[in-house]
Design a protein around this ligand. Structure first.
Ligand SMILES: C[S@@+](CC[C@H](N)C(=O)[O-])C[C@H]1O[C@@H](n2cnc3c(N)ncnc32)[C@H](O)[C@@H]1O
Length: 264
């Protein structure tokens, strides 16, 4: 299982590569990266609604860097509390804030200061700061109360974590009984070769730390989730420089997955 980084891998180097990469995306999303960004990518490859994205602050949508479409997994009801862990510049969070309405809460957590600044400005510009907020923190130790969240959204996040079980445990902790996980993440057809898994820039590009679909599903079951359902797949790396760096038989793609924390 690839639930942890390879032994001997310098996790602090990985964290630094992730920090640098996403600060750069926050600073200038038009720069050169191994992965797609922006609204046109979200619409064309991930099935986001073009008109809905066009209604959001461009500062946020231009920095979108997800790999699937968590809000297409299921409904978000008025009055619910949603957590977007590692929300980046806040595109999914803004969409969730629209769904929960004035009686609900939408909380975004991210570790990168530049991303948090963009997301905070975008929430104010979109007029949803009454119900949505950005918190500084890590998905390994979420600044969110236990059993307080109806839906956790995750888009392009868990693959980045060197300790994936810990991240799933945090999601489990913050979800209320009966709460839903709307997860979009990268999956690969087989574990990457050790040489590729030891390249921090390939981790930061959401590839080297990806699990197979079977590992993702079995990890959800191990944590205790029920109704674990892999749904749509997305060609999220099509035409990127990352495709040249990994062999095509890896079938690197985005996956939408539903899971529920049981009531009892
Ligand atoms: C691939 S981007 C996806 C961002 C967002 N979900 C989206 O769809 O645009 C990954 C995000 O994870 C954040 N991140 C990386 N490590 C993190 C950690 N330990 N805790 C919280 N956020 C983290 C990065 O700052 C970045 O915003």
């Amino acid at each position: 299982m690839a639930l942890t980084a390879p032994s001997g891998f310098d996790v602090s180097e990985l964290r630094e590569a992730i920090r640098t990469t996403y600060e750069q995306v926050a600073l200038d999303p038009s720069g050169v990266f191994h992965f797609h960004r922006g609204a046109a990518y979200a619409v064309n490859l991930l099935g986001y609604d073009a008109a809905e994205l066009a209604s959001l602050p461009e500062e946020a949508t231009s920095r979108f860097a997800g790999v699937g479409n968590p809000l297409a997994i299921g409904p978000i009801e008025p009055g619910e509390t949603v957590l977007d862990h590692a929300c980046g510049a806040g595109t999914d969070l803004l969409l969730a804030a629209g769904r929960v309405g004035p009686q609900g809460r939408a909380i975004g957590v991210d570790i990168t200061p530049g991303m948090r600044q963009v997301a905070s400005r975008a929430l104010a510009a979109a007029g949803v700061a009454d119900r949505a907020e950005i918190r500084a923190g890590s998905y390994e130790d979420l600044p969110v109360a236990t059993s307080s969240v109806d839906v956790v959204i995750s888009n392009g996040v868990i693959n980045l974590a060197p300790e994936k079980r810990r991240v799933f445990q945090e999601i489990w902790r913050v979800l209320r009984p009966g709460g839903r996980l709307y997860l979009a993440d990268v999956v690969v057809a087989r574990e990457l070769k050790l040489e590729a898994r030891q390249r921090p820039e390939l981790w930061a590009a959401c590839i080297a730390g990806a699990l197979t679909e079977r590992e993702l599903v079995s990890t959800c079951h191990d944590i205790g989730f029920a109704e674990v359902r892999p749904l749509m797949h997305f060609r999220c790396f099509e035409g990127t420089s990352a495709e040249d760096k990994v062999s095509s038989d890896l079938h690197v793609q985005g996956l939408n997955l539903f899971a529920r924390k049981p009531q009892h």
